[in-house]
Design a protein around this ligand. Structure first.
Ligand SMILES: Nc1ncnc2c1ncn2[C@@H]1O[C@H](COP(=O)(O)OP(=O)(O)OP(=O)(O)O)[C@@H](O)[C@H]1O
Ligand SMILES: [Mg+2]
Length: 369
């Protein structure tokens, strides 16, 4: 079942809207992430979907049905929170079966279904244990199985992995993705971690300032940020940003006149800055002269801090043999992918449409610095 918000606003008090007339459709059978900084209204949005909160204005639909006035019970959603909230005195199997017991499902049927769900989330060998005898990851699996036990119309997960250590988080996000694909249940997953969202989601809704900043697939979010907020929020290391006025002259041969006049911020992904000896040099937009300030190796990756004009920028993805010497100016090249220009309001103005507007220099036109 898809979930539709139509001009939904929410204010906890009468003073200001936490969510300001937001409209979106969460597609059926997919995993959608709500992503944004702390306090932007992710849990609020989730609670509006679940029916734990009622909107101040606007309408909410499940499929064709207007559920705005329906409570959480009637909406039949399954919820999993950050802290597992299992019943401590019940076994794993009883925890999973509890929603079916409440729904008066026959004992034999609910135990059969409970075992199936335990197998789905891979806790079938822990059925007689109490929650306190499980690891954090196992507890969260049980919580997911319990949420699925009422055959929910929608599964809502609010930062379900934030209590887990880094390795377990990565493992569990793959598990949630698998469980979602196996069950096909429409799922909304809240996180403030952009990397987690990118790995798990079919599509991501970025929230900030009470508004949807962008709602699209993870790759489009990365490749085609509509505004400066999204460009800076998605990707690690954080995208380099420079006042456009300081670099305008360097870009005057490659950007259209209109962009040169209205550009306010230039943003460059770290991997868009490549060695001048890049084998795909003919695909590069332009050369760039910069001074290497520092190089750092982080296991597989090497990142460089460069001085470009008066600004420090970060480049990464370099091989050991491409590194220069600190303090010496060097020639780099810029690839067109991952270079964006934003206007004063933060809206992306270049490339206008990513697919058609990039015209890298042809091999014969490459400028040699
Ligand atoms: N019950 C409440 N009463 C008043 N204000 C609230 C209430 N719950 C949340 N808020 C405010 O609404 C805003 C959004 O809160 P919300 O919990 O939705 O944020 P969030 O995006 O989930 O953040 P986090 O990542 O920290 O969980 C915050 O400014 C918060 O202080
Ligand atoms: Mg929250």
């Amino acid at each position: 079942m898809d979930v539709k918000f139509q001009d939904v606003s929410l204010a906890y008090d009468n003073s200001h809207n936490i969510l300001n007339k937001i409209s979106f459709t969460i597609p059926e059978g997919q995993l959608t992430c709500l992503l944004g900084p702390s306090g932007c209204g992710k849990s609020t949005t989730l609670n509006l979907i679940s029916g734990l909160l009622a909107p101040t204005a606007g309408q909410i639909f499940f499929g064709d049905q207007d559920v705005t006035k329906k409570d959480a019970l009637a909406r039949k959603v399954g919820m999993v929170f950050q802290n597992y909230a299992l019943y401590p005195h019940m076994t794993v199997l009883d925890n999973i079966c509890f929603p079916m017991k409440m729904a008066k499902v026959k004992k034999a049927d609910r135990i059969k279904r409970g075992r199936e769900l335990a197998a789905l989330v891979h806790v079938e060998t822990e059925l007689t244990k109490k929650p306190s005898e499980l690891s954090g990851g196992q507890q969260q699996r049980v919580a997911i199985a319990r949420a699925l036990a009422k055959s929910p119309s929608i599964l809502l997960l609010d930062e379900p992995l934030s209590n887990l250590d880094a390795r377990l988080r990565v493992e569990m996000r793959e598990e949630i993705k698998r469980i979602q694909k196996e069950t096909g249940v429409t799922t909304v997953f809240v996180t403030h971690d952009q990397e987690e969202a990118i790995h798990i989601a079919d599509q991501i809704m970025v929230l900030n300032d009470g508004k949807i900043q962008q709602f699209t697939t993870p790759n489009r979010l990365y490749d085609q940020p509509e505004n400066l907020f999204v460009a800076k929020f998605i990707g690690s290391p954080i995208i380099n940003t420079l006042p456009f006025a300081d670099v305008r002259d360097d870009f005057k041969n490659v950007l259209p006149a209109g962009i040169l006049t209205s550009g306010y911020t230039l943003a460059m992904r770290a991997e868009s800055i490549v060695p001048a000896s890049d084998p795909h040099e003919h695909l590069t937009l332009m050369p760039l002269m910069a001074t290497q300030v520092q190089s750092n190796r982080f296991g597989r990756e090497t990142s460089l801090t460069l001085n470009y004009g008066d600004h420090e920028i970060v480049a990464d993805g370099f091989r050991e043999q491409d590194l220069g010497h600190n303090g010496r100016p060097m020639r780099f090249a810029i690839r067109p992918q991952g270079i964006f220009v934003f206007d004063q309001t933060g809206k992306r103005i270049w490339p206008a449409t990513i697919e058609t507007n990039i015209s890298p220099l042809k091999p014969t036109e490459v400028i040699h610095a």
